[in-house]
Design a protein around this ligand. Structure first.
Ligand SMILES: [Zn+2]
Ligand SMILES: [Zn+2]
Length: 406
């Protein structure tokens, strides 16, 4: 008798359960050895060793990043990517719980590989360094690592049980003003005060801030403000963090920053330069088709996911850059109570707790079952892609790179 999808789900749960001790050991080893952006060498080694031993075809150093990798089971389409994060926070260790993301993605990849044996398409475990700063996934997307993929599935530990992640688009911009040095009392009319221009920009942005849409935000700091009090500053520079609900809204905001800087430069007789100083993190576009399936699978472990609280944003992540290319999920599963917060010592402790172990295994099962759904059900893939394209249109996505899924 032909194996049904329910049979596959059951076999997957068995495979995850059989590997529970190994997966928890991987999570604890990552936790005990926190490594930081683009230097996660032990983590990449540990994970690729496990995947290679299971029969995955491993490629290290993808996208020109020494600690990035892909590990493939099967070939061709359909294809599901499982992004594994494993970077920690300097001074705080695994205070974002990425050790659990890596171990859950590993568990899902191993379970699907064991059950389907590459017969239904590809499973691609993708090692994605430097989520906390540097944007490994953004660089991997640009390098084509996620091309030919039908879905990218990951979970993130948190303090909420939320089906989807409200994550904004984000980028930093450097704004420089060039003036002319002079002695403040000796020849004051010769001087053009670049710092005064930069301060004026802060004032103008304060006015702009009052009419920005929800989730659009500018936070600036002064990084260069002159050298001595007896010289009119000829050069001043600020760094501005921009956030918005969507990438198109972020680009709009960046355009407004440029307009403001140019207006101030005209008014003050200075010259301005505005440039993006970081990788742009796109907003997160949730594939509700797939996140609903994940939530359904997770509920078998007794964890109920709900939609996020409206109007609450939880920062930014480079999964956004993946999510605007292919249908993606990034649900939050709580490992501590809502009175806690990630990026704290308490959260780091929770990332190695008994509750974290249960969440890890539940997430691995749900990720693996959702992977099987995408690989075995053409109607699920078609719905996910249709939703993906429709959402892009609703967001006024500026450069639609619609990918064929056939
Ligand atoms: Zn974090
Ligand atoms: Zn994180």
């Amino acid at each position: 008798m032909a194996r049904t999808l329910e049979d596959v789900h059951r076999d997957i749960r068995t495979e995850v359960t059989d590997r529970a001790a190994i997966l928890w050991d991987v999570a604890l080893r990552l936790h005990a050895d926190p490594e930081y952006a683009f230097a996660e060498h032990h983590a990449a080694q540990l994970l690729t060793d496990e995947l290679e031993r299971a029969g995955f075809a491993v490629e290290r150093g993808v996208a020109g990043l020494p600690t990035a990798f892909t590990a493939r089971s099967g070939r061709g389409r359909p294809a599901v990517a499982l992004p594994l994060e494993y970077d920690a926070l300097p001074g705080l260790g695994h205070a974002c719980g990425h050790n659990l993301i890596a171990a859950a993605g590993l568990g899902a990849a191993l379970a699907v590989h064991a059950v389907l044996d590459g017969s239904a398409g590809s499973v691609l475990a993708v090692g994605t360094p430097a989520e906390e700063g540097g944007g490994g996934k953004a660089l991997e997307v640009d390098a084509g690592v996620f091309d030919g993929v039908d879905a990218a599935l990951m979970f993130h530990p948190g303090v909420y049980d939320w089906k989807r992640a409200p994550l904004t688009a984000q980028a930093q911009y450097r704004v420089a003003f060039h003036g002319r040095a002079a002695h403040p009392t000796g020849n004051p009319t010769e001087g053009i005060d670049a710092l005064a221009a930069l301060i004026e920009l802060f004032n103008v942005l304060g006015v702009l801030g009052r009419r920005l849409p929800e989730a659009s935000h500018v936070q600036g700091i002064i990084t260069h403000g002159g050298t001595a009090t007896n010289i009119v500053p000829e050069y001043a520079e600020g760094l501005f963090g921009l956030r918005a609900a969507t990438t198109p809204a972020l680009e709009e905001l960046a355009g407004q920053l440029l307009t403001c800087a140019e207006g101030v430069a005209r008014a003050t007789g200075t010259r301005t330069e505005v440039e993006r100083a970081t990788v742009r993190y796109d907003h997160f576009r949730d594939s509700s088709v797939l996140s609903e399936r994940f939530a359904g699978h997770l509920s078998r472990s007794g964890i109920t996911l709900t939609p996020p609280v409206p109007g609450v944003y939880l920062g930014s992540s480079d999964i956004g850059n993946v999510s605007v290319r292919v249908p993606a999920i990034h649900p939050f599963v709580a490992i501590m109570g809502e009175d806690g917060s990630d990026h704290t010592p308490e959260f780091a402790e929770a990332a190695a707790s008994e509750r974290a172990r249960e969440v890890l295994l539940a997430a691995a099962e749900a990720l693996a079952c959702t992977t099987a759904d995408v690989l075995l059900r053409p109607d699920v893939r078609d719905k996910a892609w249709a939703h993906h394209h429709a959402t892009a249109e609703a967001e006024s996505w500026p450069t639609p790179k619609h990918e064929s899924h056939h």
